[in-house]
Design a protein around this ligand. Sequence first.
Ligand code: BGC
Ligand code: CA
Length: 357
Amino acid sequence: MIRIIKGCSTRSFRKGLKALSLLLAAALLAACGSTRAAEPRTLRVGVAVYLQSDTFISTLVKELEKLAQARESTDGMKINLNVVDGRGSQLTQTEQIDRLIALDYDVLCVNIVDRTSTAQLIDKAKEADIPVIFFNREPVAEDLHRWEKVYYVGAKAEESGVLQGQILLDRWLNADPPVDKNGDGVMQYVMLEGEPGHQDAMLRTEYAVQTLTGAGVTVEKLAGDTANWDRSQAAARMSSWLEQFGSSIEVVISNNDDMALGAIDACQDLGLTEEEMPVVVGVDATAPALEAVRQGTLCGTVRNDAAGIAESMLDLALALESGEDPAASLELTDGKYIWLPYQRVTLRELEAGRAGV
Ligand code: BGC
Ligand code: CA
């Protein structure tokens, strides 16, 4: 008996016990002639986010909750989502995840605070045999390969940088009104970066500029700094750059929409006229950013597919809970990744109804 228990993981042993007790209960009910309906299938998902007040993350969580509710009514099952907020602290998040593991959730969805510290978490989940789906904040590939039941759902950061660069390139070439205000043939820009170390911050910064220079545009970086994805931090950075460089700033490249809107806030606080405003681009396609595109203060953004990410996470969680091989029903890259495409959004796409938003 002991040898058999040792041979299987604690979780599959527990699952075996659960199945056995369900069978016994069913037999007892049948024996009593009960007509009570069987319990509906239940999926319990622990969702740990790095910071729930982050605009993009809160949108994603809302999408997840909406989809779970819709699935409950179409599939007649119960989906229990327990969302915990790490409030930007890895220590807090680690404690929250330990608790989710202790509560034996079926699947964990993790938006890790510190993307370089996933190894220990994966080892703990493996010990408890609870599959982990990371999302939005990508662990290093080496960690993802520590265990077969670890996945990542997200969008390719470099793709968003390329699309941002293309939006700016189009705007540069279609110089009406001209982006090159001082007419020196050089694009003077400032860069608002997301959190240091985040794959989206590093790669968006790199690829947006590379797309411009690769297409033959000469660029000059006046300044660049992190504003941690945050609107008010970005407004503060932009205010001091406006003081320093004034109207020399022709373009603001921002790693996300909240910071792009912060830069616009700073320009408006200073009372810049429409002609004086720099060309600003962001990423995410949040509701306020789309409004700014319609108003013409934001030149463009790149849609970061919160609904698509949420849907893939839920599909993956359902496949894992049922013990299916997720590759049978989902498109996985390297058996580990589900990639959602980014999409460019300017007034042109919005007016043509092609923004997918
Ligand atoms: C989004 C940011 C968000 C960050 C959080 C990025 O993909 O573009 O808006 O703050 O993820 O991890
Ligand atoms: Ca110029």
